[in-house]
Design a protein around this ligand. Structure first.
Ligand code: GTP
Length: 351
């Protein structure tokens, strides 16, 4: 039976991305000018998906307001809202319960915060050929020490779901879960209803104990977990420069500049930067690998590298700033160290 339905897991609070996620849920943050969720939906549609269930919990209204302005002609997009967050496992069950799945149907499940160049159509083909109960996109990483590990057999069957390794001896594979699954409805029906659970820590390990066929789809083309400010800004830049593709991005280059943004001819904007609507980059300014939100401003001769400047925020003149995160409505009058995150509505000045 063809797979035409998908669940997008978008209900997390995105704590690692605060303060950006205080007002905007992580999957609604813009990546190369479009919400992460819009890229995910486009990827699903390109693989033949026609119905997408957004599994939300945190700030559902932001998704709803955005969706109301979209024109998805060939797609049905719906919401399954959790009154209390059910974790990634419980969220899948809750979403599936809203989907009218038939007895032999399988669905695609995507983490809402992953940017990947993996070939979902290939994963679907491999899953159908293997007659598996579940498939996971896996990637090999250079340093797997901070991830749960997913070893597979020679024929690609998942052997175990191992917790984060505590020492080098426990690193038996460099394969990790990349957050895109195909699940048969029988697997989903084994998840308890209304009870928080984790798909990685609870659902998949339990599944292996039932001897179900769980396969890995290893595809190392491009993978980034957008969970931290620096990976988020990196992912956006990689889409702008074409290091990874999205059906929504048809032209790549050094920067995306909104038609209503003002960039002085003497300013330099490059490295995959995005300058959003009504933002202003003044004379002599340099912006590299950064995201400048709507109506933000960088004053004359200031330089910003690998950073995020929130909506209506301003960096005053002659400052050099690297790897900072500034939320909305802030004014920065002084240089601050890399790694600093500025909460909304603040003015930073040296005495
Ligand atoms: P952190 O708080 O920074 O860890 O972020 P997160 O919890 O939002 O994301 P995490 O990487 O832990 O979760 C992976 C994906 O699952 C993200 O797209 C989340 O939005 C989503 N997610 C996490 N918890 C829930 C939940 O309880 N319900 C739903 N519907 N989605 C969830």
């Amino acid at each position: 039976m063809p797979i035409t339905k998908a669940i997008l897991l978008v209900g997390g609070e995105g704590t690692r991305l605060r303060p950006l996620t205080l007002s905007t849920p992580k999957p609604m943050l813009p990546l190369a000018g479009y919400p992460i969720t819009a890229h995910q939906i486009a990827k699903l549609a390109a693989a033949g998906i026609t119905e997408v269930m957004l599994a939300t919990s945190y700030r559902t209204e932001v998704f709803a307001d955005w969706l109301a302005q979209q024109d998805y002609l060939d797609l049905q997009i719906k919401f399954a809202i959790e009154e209390v967050p059910l974790g990634t496992g419980g969220a899948i069950r809750n979403a599936a319960d809203h989907m009218n799945l038939s007895d032999d149907e399988s669905v695609v499940v995507l983490n809402g915060d992953v940017l990947s160049g993996h070939d979902l159509t290939q994963q679907l083909t491999q899953y159908a050929a293997a007659k598996a109960a579940a498939s996971l996109h896996l990637v090999s990483v250079a340093d797997p020490s901070s991830f749960g590990l997913v070893p597979t057999s020679d024929t690609g069957e998942v052997l175990a779901f191992l917790e984060k390794p505590k020492n080098a001896a426990e690193i038996t594979t460099n394969q990790i879960n990349a957050g895109c699954y195909i699940l048969h409805c029988d697997v989903i029906n084994q998840i308890s209803q209304g009870v928080p659970s984790s798909v990685e820590r609870d659902v998949f390990p339990a599944l292996l104990t039932t001897k179900a066929k769980v396969i890995g789809y290893l595809d190392n083309t491009y993978f980034l977990d957008l969970g931290t400010p620096y990976s988020y800004v990196q992912g956006s830049a990689d889409l702008v420069t074409g290091k990874v593709s999205s059906p929504l991005i048809t032209k790549t280059g050094q920067a995306v500049i909104h038609p209503t943004a003002k960039v002085d001819p003497s300013a330099m904007v490059f490295g995959g930067s995005v300058v959003m609507a009504a933002a202003e980059i003044s004379a002599g300014a340099v912006v590299s690998g950064s995201i400048i939100f709507e109506n933000a401003k960088i004053d004359v001769n200031s330089q910003l590298f690998d950073s995020i400047l929130g909506r209506n925020s301003k960096i005053n003149s002659d400052l050099i700033l690297t790897k900072i995160v500034v939320a909305e409505n802030c004014t920065i009058n002084t240089e601050i160290p890399a790694g600093v995150r500025v909460w909304p509505n603040l003015e930073l000045t040296t005495n």
